[in-house]
Each structure stands twice: as C-alpha cells, then as structure tokens.
Design a protein around this ligand. Structure first.
Ligand code: ZN
Ligand code: ZN
Ligand code: FE
Length: 725
C-alpha cells in the first residue's frame, strides 16, 4: 500500500523466504526505485492467499520523495520507433521507468488524480496495462496512447491553430526551411531551429536579444554527437543517463554546427532527446537542432500554451503545443565532466526535487538562496530539498516563479518552516522576500561566501573546519564591501575571514560588471598609479578621452566606487586588459573567453609574481606585480593564449600559497573550493592539482552547483546550526 509517507508491505511465510524477500526488495528493485530504507517488523499472521495492492492512503504530515522527470527509456524508445507498435511515433509514450513526474504532480501520494493527467481517461487497453502488476506500465500515472492520451497541435505566429494531420512531420519540414519553432517540452517551451543554419540562428539571436550567449543543441544519438564533439567514456555515460542533462563538450573543428551557436567558445552544450516528441522530431528532421529555453533574456521559461504564445510571439514563427499541462517549470540541467567527475552547473530536470542527504538531522528551514541562478532549499530530517534552478531574480516573473515553487515544495514535502535563511545583500529580491516575513519566521542572515563553502562541505559530508577558498563574482561582505576572493576558516557554525585579494574600486558599481574595461582601468589606476594610463595599451586606446577623464575623477573622489576583493572581477579586468572582451552580453563572458584563450596543450610552467601582506592578522594578496608583469608581456607582444595560461597558473599558485600559510598557522589540511569562478575548468584543475600535490585534501562540488545555485544549501545548514540546542 502506497501512503504519503512510505510503502507498507505485509508478507507471510517462513523465515528464509521472508529474509529473501527483504533482500530482493533492494536488489531487484526497478531501475527508478529509490529505496531510502527498509524497516521490518513482525506482525500477526492474517492468512493472506494472494498479493494485492491497496489504494493509496494520504497520511497527515507524512511525506515521500518525488521523482524528477526521467528521459525516455530504451523499451519505450523501441516502441516509439517500431511501425507495428500501437505507440509508433506517439509523442507522449512513457512507462514506470520513464516520463514526466515532478512537472505534472500537484500533491502526494503520487496518483493520477493528483497530476495534470487527471483529465485524460485511459482507454481499456491502457487501463489493462495500468492494472497489471507484470506490465511495464503497472501504475504508470502518466500512461497514455494515441487513442486516449494528450495530443499535439500546431499554432502559427499569430496564435491561430492550423489544421494539420501530422504535426511532427510538419514541424520538421518547417525546421528544415529555417523557421524558428517554440516547442512545448516537459517543464516548459524550447525555442528550436536548425543548428547548422547560420541565418536561422542569427534571426533567433536578434529576436531574443542575445548576441553571444551560448545556445544548447540536441542531437538524435551519441554517434551523431561524436561527429561534432569529443566525448569521453564518463561523458557518454552522463549524456545517456536517465537524467539526460545538457553537457558541455569539446567542439570539433570540422563540426557542421554553426559557430553562431556558441561564439568564441570551445565547448558546445549538447543533449540527447529526452522525450518521445524529441526522439521522433530529431530523427525525422535529421539534423542538429538548437534547443534553448523559451524565454526573453532573463525571464523564466514559458510553460503554459497561452503564456508561451503571448510571450514568445515575435520570436517563434510557429508553436508546437499539446494539451498536457505543465504544473512545475523545469529547465534543462547543465553539467560538465571534470577530472572524471560530473559537476552540475544548473540543477533542474532529472535531479530536482530529489534531496541531498545531510550529514546531520535538520530543523525545518527555508533558505532563500541568492539573486543570480537562484535556487531555494527546504530541509527536513536528513533531507535538503534544493529547488530546481529558478533563474535570475531580477524581475517580477521570476519572483512569482520563486514564490509558487516554494509553496509547491512545502506542500509536497509537508514542511512548515519557522526559520528563514537569507543573504546579507540588502538589495536581493530574495532578501526582501525574507524581510517581509519577519513576523512569521525567525530570520537568519548568512554571509554569501560562508554559504558557498558550507554548501561544498555538506555535499562532501564534511563537518569539521576547513580552509574555504571562495573565488566568486560578487557577494556582500560582513563589512559592507563586496567580497569574492576570500580565504575563510569555516564550519557550519561560523567563519573567520583569514585572507582575501586586495581591494580595488568597482568603478561605477554594476557598470563595471557589464563593462570589464572599467575594471581593467580601475586595477591599473589603483595598483600602478595614474602614470600607467599614458602607456600604449590597445584597450586604453579604445576608450574615449571623455570617459577616461570621468573614470579618473570617479576613482580620485571615490564616487560610486564600492571596494571589491572579487576574483571574478580580476578575471574580467585581465580579459579586458588583453583586449579579449571589454563589454559583455552574458554573465562572466569576459572571464570565460579569457579561459578559452589559453591553449589546451600549453606546456610552459611560467607564472606571474605576487606578494602576500599581513594586515591586522589578515593575509592580503597584493596584485600590483602581477599587473606590471602582464603589461610587460603585452608590450612585448607575447601571445594572448600564453598570457592567459600564465595568469591561470598564477591564480592557482595564489590559492596554494595562501592555503600553505594558513595551514601552517592553523593546522587545517582540508580545503573546500567553491564560488562561481570555479566553473572555470582550467582554474579548477590547476588549483585542485596543485593543492593535492602539496598534500591537501581538496573538496569540490558535484551535485550542487559551485555557482550561486548552491548558496541555498549552505544557508539552510548555517541557519540550522545558528541555534544552540
Ligand atoms: Zn519507458
Ligand atoms: Zn490508451
Ligand atoms: Fe556567489
């Protein structure tokens, strides 16, 4: 019997048979079963003569885990592609081993009436499968077929439904013609077009107002992916896993995928089809398709038909919609494999809402996360439910998505938190959300980088103090400055800031983030003095005289120049100084292109000088020698790739040297690496290798993002330990 808490099974027999039953419950469980634990108790014999499955029972306060949506399984794929099967080309084929779960469930226990499938009545044949314990579709709640289930329709750019006997065939014809289609998937709409057609992609970019941001693509099979990208064994395993994330893969030079898909980048975001609709469409279209989230710039992904047509009108030429409603917005997950280990960059489809297991028992807490790449986290017992990727909390649509999703999680997992954790940054929408609820909750403010480090510790099951290296874009510091190049001694209860990169003015505040050349200007002026601005650096020549004067005045007088120790800004500044990228279209673009500039086969061991000063017991990394040396290399026309490689190595050496000094004083040999800058694979590899070679135990992220998507887990943990009992 299924209950809202657990599954209760009553079996009778001799001791040996019962023991075997308990063992096989675990060893022979179906592929998607997650057994959290088995408790066996003796009961009085009732004399059962058959195995019977009773109706689900809702129990007050009890909860169970909810499965993420799972990519189409092999058996369903076979049926889908066999002309003689009754589900041939049927875009909603699924079974107990695959298909939608989280995106269609409104409450637990997970039964059809509590999902958006409730309005489809199963035909006799589907019902027979559903009722048969030996069938692959036994109790598959979204079970459906062409006779009784959801169906597709085609809508034109002005929102009118077009009569069309075969929507997939028509859609694939339109894609081949270079049209842009909005296609309803599991957790929202994708915008799709031919990934080999530069013109179609340019049109999509113009309409989406996204000149550079890399777009994900979908290919029919792993073999096809290998025509365009290098795929390692671990990468292949992850690509074809039931979670089926987008994976960043090394792009081949001779790939026919247009360079407009990911301008200036060496990696391509690639995924396999994960719904029956995708499988059929990709095979019939016969080419790689761009599959990017259906939104305008930073708004959340569109999920309802009307909403999609309203918001994506003017971007999509046609809409492929269907009549199975999406209850929860759910983006594609994005991952990389580094040092043989998967690392999630965006955690959503296939992963959320499965919990992270905590190395302690938690109070019921809601942690609001950060601003960019927001996730929230709710805890109960030894579970941390990190939400799916919510998005950048910069507009009301995303805030609404955040609030609705919190409500859903609290309902699904029967959590009534009284404690609310939030970031110190006063301007975050998530902080404002928290402060508005001061009457109902005990509020716990958490410093951003402390949360980063603790999130990495929790994921690795580590509780004792570590040296935390938080290399990040921006985070509000306890002293009101903007942190981001931090060395902390941290545990769940607190932290001490034992070192950081030296402060420089963030020239013009947010403007310095969008225009990295302002950062470069600030570093030069602050570290090397006004005179350096007269030297013949190409990037300085590109800034107009008037703006230079304004910037100088701002720096002299400290107008709109908050201080920052950010490592992300240091990467931005170097990128602009080298003339790689002076203004950005998407977050961290300048830093990413700086990473891309470093050659893979760089053999040299050179790096740049730096020094460490001691100020009131805090170690400050001084950067003037580094900038002096970089300028020297630029003037001597050393290649940008070599400078980039030397710079990356220097940052790794800074981390290692700081950790050595801290370890010598404190006796801690465990280092946690966290923060958005560690999405830089080259830097992560160099830093982790160097630290390991020097005998440190190094903790890195895997299931929890190293970027701000991981903040909520750290916040929840720190809030849990902020009460002494
Ligand atoms: Zn299946
Ligand atoms: Zn049916
Ligand atoms: Fe951060």
């Amino acid at each position: 019997m299924n209950t809202s808490g657990d599954v209760k099974i009553e079996v009778e027999g001799d001791r040996e048979a019962l023991d075997k039953f308990v063992t096989e419950l675990e060893t022979m469980a179906p592929p998607l079963a997650r057994i959290e634990g088995i408790t066996a108790v003796e009961a009085t014999v009732k004399g059962y003569n058959q195995f019977e499955i009773r109706h689900s029972l809702a129990e007050e306060g009890k909860y169970q885990l909810v499965s993420p949506d799972i990519a189409t399984c092999e058996a369903c794929k076979r049926e889908l592609l066999s002309p003689e099967d009754r589900r041939y080309r049927y875009p909603f084929t699924n079974c107990t081993n695959c298909g939608p779960r989280f995106t269609i469930i409104e409450d637990i226990p997970y039964d059809r009436p509590k999902t958006t499938m409730r309005c489809f009545k199963m035909c006799p044949e589907c019902q027979r499968e559903y009722d048969d314990p030996l069938d692959r579709r036994f109790h598959a709640q979204p079970n459906a077929c062409p006779k009784c289930g959801p169906s597709l329709s085609l809508v034109n750019g002005s929102g009118e439904t077009i009569a069309c006997p075969d929507v997939i065939a028509e859609a694939s014809k339109l894609l081949k013609e270079g049209k842009i289609l909005a296609i309803k998937g599991l957790g929202g709409f994708h915008l799709a077009c031919d990934a080999t057609n530069a013109g179609a992609i340019q049109t999509l970019r113009d309409r989406k107002r996204r000149p550079y941001k890399p777009l994900a693509i979908m290919l029919a099979t792993v073999e096809e992916i290998k025509e365009h990208c290098f795929v390692s064994e671990e990468e292949e395993k992850l690509l074809a896993s039931p979670e089926c994330p987008i994976l960043l893969l090394r792009w081949k030079e001779d790939s026919s995928v247009s360079c407009k898909v990911a301008p200036e980048l060496k990696h391509l975001g690639v995924m396999l089809p994960y719904t029956p609709l995708h499988h059929v469409l990709l095979r019939e279209t016969g080419m790689p398709l761009v599959m990017t989230s259906g939104n305008i710039s930073e708004e959340p992904i569109a999920k309802d038909n009307d909403e999609a047509i309203r918001r994506l009108k003017g971007i999509a030429d046609f809409f492929v919609v269907h009549n199975r409603d999406i209850y929860a917005r759910y983006d594609d997950s994005l991952a990389i494999v580094e040092k043989g280990k998967p690392q999630l960059v965006r955690r959503a489809r296939g992963y959320a809402p499965y919990p992270i297991h905590l190395p302690f028992r938690a109070k019921e807490i809601l942690a609001c996360g950060a601003e960019l790449k927001n996730t929230f986290c709710v805890t109960k017992e030894d579970h941390a439910f990190i939400s799916q990727h919510i998005g950048d909390m910069e507009n009301l649509e995303t805030l609404e998505h955040f609030e609705n999703t919190i409500e859903l999680y609290l309902k699904l997992f029967r959590i009534k938190p009284r404690i609310l954790a939030y970031d110190l940054h006063p301007e975050y929408l998530s902080t404002k959300y928290a402060k508005e609820r001061a009457d109902e909750f005990t509020l716990v403010p958490v410093q951003h980088h402390h949360a980063h480090i603790v999130s990495c510790m929790v994921e690795n099951g580590v509780q004792e103090p570590v040296i935390g290296v938080a290399f990040d874009g921006t985070g509000y510091g306890s002293d009101g400055t903007i942190w981001g190049g931090e060395f902390l001694i941290a545990d769940y209860r607190g932290f001490e800031r034992v070192g950081h990169l030296e402060y420089v003015p963030l020239l013009g505040g947010a403007a310095a983030i969008e225009r990295p050349y302002r950062m470069a200007f600030s570093y030069l002026y602050t570290l090397l003095g006004e005179g350096i601005l007269d030297c013949e650096l190409p990037f300085l020549r590109d800034i107009d005289q008037h703006e230079k004067e304004v910037m100088k005045r701002q720096l002299e007088k400290g107008i709109n120049c908050p201080l920052t120790s950010s490592c992300g800004r240091l990467f931005d500044g170097i990128s602009a100084l080298l003339g790689i990228r002076g203004t950005v279209d998407y977050e961290a673009q300048a830093a990413i292109e700086l990473e891309m500039a470093a050659p893979d086969d760089f053999q040299g061991t050179d790096s740049y000088p730096f020094s460490i000063a001691e100020q009131d017991g805090v170690k400050i990394v001084k950067l003037s020698e580094l900038f002096q040396a970089v300028i020297h290399d630029v003037e001597n026309r050393l290649s940008i790739g070599t400078i980039s490689a030397k710079f990356h190595r220097t940052i790794a050496q800074i981390a290692a040297e700081m950790c050595q000094r801290i370890a010598a004083e404190r006796g801690i040999r465990k280092v946690a690496l966290s923060g958005g800058v560690f999405q830089n694979r080259l830097l992560l590899r160099l830093t982790a290798d160097l630290l390991e070679r020097e005998g440190f135990a190094v903790l890195t992220h895997s299931l929890v993002p190293t970027n701000d998507g991981g903040i909520s887990l750290g916040q929840a943990t720190i809030a849990n330990f902020s009460f002494s009992d």
